[in-house]
Design a protein around this ligand. Structure first.
Ligand code: NAP
Ligand code: G4F
Length: 337
């Protein structure tokens, strides 16, 4: 019998790569999609199966992490072997503008899902998308023993989700794990996160469509990994014989300034001729440095990253240049990296 999984946040960067991974392993994948007035399934359109087909391996369901009843009903009906909770208001800067919404979806949404599993009485395993943002002001390198000191409403909400996951493991013997993932990027990264904002701008500047890129703090240090490798880590956590929490990171970090240098070098340009500061992209409280120690997951689950941030910067710029060229020549654009 093939396994089944439910993914919240299936339309996001990680959701799309995880869906590809699980389908390649023979899973039936159910995805939770929130209602939107325009299409929000661009990252998974290439995997879409018509609802009238029989024996589909990818099935989408309308629901929202703010609706606990919908989640109980969905879980009771689907009875998935595995649940991946990737849904979240995931933008740190935006969480300062919408703190209560972020707390509700990113924090309480996790508790609603855990409680929906308990209330529906199903036997399943759950992965919670925890974040290095929980470490916040704690100095690097950060690992599973580093105390949390979140610096944003998003970070606070993720700390709540982390502990709710641990609590349901301890209280109800639920197979529940936290993946504490450091920043991970790809050509499918949301356009307002700094790496993708840079790679898109480089492509547009190279094509003569843009001259200036406005950014905030260039001194922040991040440990950027490659998203397709990180979804493999999520899956491995749920295949292990015991539930546990793991840091997922490359251990190699750079500043936003260094990422800029690497990205602009792809088109032979100096970023200093194109980048200007805009205070609106700064955060009321910043996370200065995130550098992960992923020794535990390498030892226990044999997971090890291969793509480090300079290669990632080049890969993302090249993908955005190709996508823009295709767009300008009227060819169909597919984000398939
Ligand atoms: P993402 O691209 O922003 O995707 C977030 C997903 O959550 C989208 O599918 C989004 O739907 C969905 N969502 C938002 N609000 C929702 C709601 N109220 N109900 C149901 N779904 C909702 O994020 P990502 O980069 O793939 O990250 C996946 C998860 O890992 C997130 O929980 C994020 O916080 C966490 N994380 C990410 C990183 C990273 O560096 N990428 C690192 C650590 C942890 P729409 O498509 O409709 O917006
Ligand atoms: O790309 P960012 O917005 O990512 P951030 O804040 O590190 O959060 C991401 O990683 C977390 C894991 O640690 C995830 F949990 C979270 O969901 C998200 O995926 O910003 C990175 C750095 C920050 O220090 C920010 O201040 O880049 C700096 N930055 C400078 N200028 C900017 C900009 N960030 C954005 N988004 N836009 C700018 O113009």
């Amino acid at each position: 019998m093939s396994k089944s999984a439910l993914i919240t946040g299936i339309t996001g960067q990680d959701g799309s790569y995880l869906t590809e991974l699980l389908l390649s392993k023979g899973y039936t994948v159910h995805g939770l999609v929130r209602r939107s007035s325009s299409f929000n399934t661009g990252r998974i359109d290439h995997l879409y199966e018509d609802p009238h087909e029989e024996n589909r391996s990818l099935v989408l369901h309308h629901a929202d992490l703010s609706d606990g009843v919908a989640m109980v009903n969905l879980l009771r009906d689907l009875r998935p072997d595995e649940v991946y909770n990737l849904g979240a208001q995931s933008h740190v800067r935006v969480s300062f503008d919408s703190p209560l919404y972020t707390g509700d979806v990113t924090g309480m949404g996790t508790l609603r899902l855990l409680e929906a599993i308990r209330a529906s009485g199903i036997d399943t395993r759950i992965y919670q998308a925890s974040s290095s943002e929980m470490f916040g002001a704690a100095p690097p390198p950060q690992n599973e023993h580093t105390p949390f000191h979140p610096r944003s409403p998003y970070g606070c909400a993720k700390v709540f989700g982390y502990w709710a996951t641990v609590n349901y493991r301890e209280a109800y013997d639920l197979f529940a794990v936290n993946g504490i993932l450091f920043n991970h990027e790809s050509p499918r990264r949301g356009e307002t996160f700094v790496t993708r904002k840079i790679s898109r701008a480089v492509a547009r500047i190279h094509a003569g469509l843009q001259d200036t890129l406005y950014l905030g703090n260039l001194e922040a240090v991040r440990d950027w990994g490659y998203a397709p490798e990180y979804v493999e880590a999520m899956w491995r956590m749920l295949q292990h014989d015991t539930p546990d929490d793991y840091v997922v990171a490359t251990g190699e970090a750079g500043t936003v300034r260094a990422f800029l240098t690497e990205a602009f070098a792809v088109v032979g340009r100096d970023w200093r001729e194109h980048v200007e500061f805009d205070a609106k992209y700064e955060r009321p409280s910043e996370v200065d440095a995130l550098i992960g120690d992923a020794g535990k997951i390498e030892t226990v689950l044999g997971w090890k990253p291969t793509v480090l941030w300079p290669d990632l910067a080049r890969l993302m710029v090249q993908a955005d240049i190709s996508a823009l060229e295709a767009e300008l020549t009227g060819a169909t654009v597919r984000i398939d990296r």
